[in-house]
Ligand binder design. Structure first.
Ligand SMILES: C[S@@+](CC[C@H](N)C(=O)[O-])C[C@H]1O[C@@H](n2cnc3c(N)ncnc32)[C@H](O)[C@@H]1O
Length: 261
């Protein structure tokens, strides 16, 4: 029996573009000769799995993308869209793959959102046990149209970082992402938790740099990221990522109180 439960299948065209762009840059994906990328919990249609393949095959033409779904009816439907480099199969957090292969990357977006917080760690452990050495699980949440997104990247050694990715045009406050944090953090946006302090500081720097909007929202976001670095936040990446509305911070800086891998 696949491990997990069938949940709402809400999905949408272009919804996961921000996380796909980020996955395309992962060094493990780029350096693997025959990468196998799993889209776990693709939902009511094959759309986001096909888009993932389309985006990743531009970088790595030999990529194989396997869409896994726990709802057999959704697998039957999606299988009609199988094509070169894209397959669909029935499965859950145990990540069954052809020939017992392991995965280079597992993307699980908007899946754990519908589970209980207490179930996250076991699901993460199970999924990362199915990764190649150096492989990465990318687990997160976004809004319906993909303009507000966040995810955690997890390896066999545990979570590495939290990334937030926002459409900057008309962005009032970056803390809108609070409603779309990965399950492990969504209930932790309260005083005393590090992710709360992080979002407060993010908003503060965004407000402080408001005048830079005249040069475009990307300049304002870059200055926001630089302000966080100046304050000592372990922000990763540089201008090329920040200008996209992305910001990645080391996991330890935002991990829930008492979190243990
Ligand atoms: C909200 S949809 C997300 C669809 C797509 N990933 C997206 O972000 O647009 C969540 C899907 O995950 C599936 N799901 C839930 N738990 C799962 C599990 N353990 N393994 C595989 N699929 C799962 C549900 O059946 C549902 O179709």
């Amino acid at each position: 029996m696949p491990i997990g439960s069938i949940t709402r299948g809400t999905t949408g065209t272009n919804r996961l573009r921000r996380v796909d762009r980020w996955i395309a840059e992962l060094s493990v994906f780029r350096r693997t000769a025959d990468p196998l990328v799993v889209d776990l919990g693709y939902g009511a249609s094959a759309t986001t799995t096909l888009e993932l393949h389309q985006r990743l095959s531009r970088v790595h033409p030999r990529v194989l993308v396997v869409g896994l779904e726990i709802d057999p009816a959704r697998v039957t439907l999606a299988a009609l869209s199988a094509r070169d480099g894209v397959r669909f199969a029935h499965g859950g957090f145990e990540v069954p793959l052809p020939g017992g292969r392991s995965a280079t990357v597992i993307r699980a977006l908007n899946v754990l959102r519908q589970y209980d917080e207490s179930e996250v760690l076991a699901a993460w452990h199970l999924m990362v046990s199915r990764l190649d050495p150096g492989g990465v699980l990318v687990e997160g949440t976004c809004n319906e149209v993909g303009r507000v997104a966040s995810w955690v990247d997890v390896t066999a050694e545990g979570p590495r970082s939290l990334t937030v990715s926002l459409r900057l045009a008309d962005l009032e406050r970056p803390s809108v992402v609070a409603e779309r944090l990965p399950k492990v953090l969504i209930h932790r946006n309260v005083p005393g938790e590090r992710v709360h302090t992080f979002l407060v500081d993010l908003d503060r720097h965004w407000q402080f740099n408001a005048a830079l909007s005249v040069y475009g929202p990307s300049q304002r976001w870059i200055a926001t990221a630089q302000g966080l670095v100046h304050d000592g936040w372990p922000v990763q990446g540089g201008r090329s990522r920040w200008k996209l509305g992305e910001l990645t911070v080391h996991w330890d800086a935002v991990a829930p109180q008492g979190f243990q891998w």
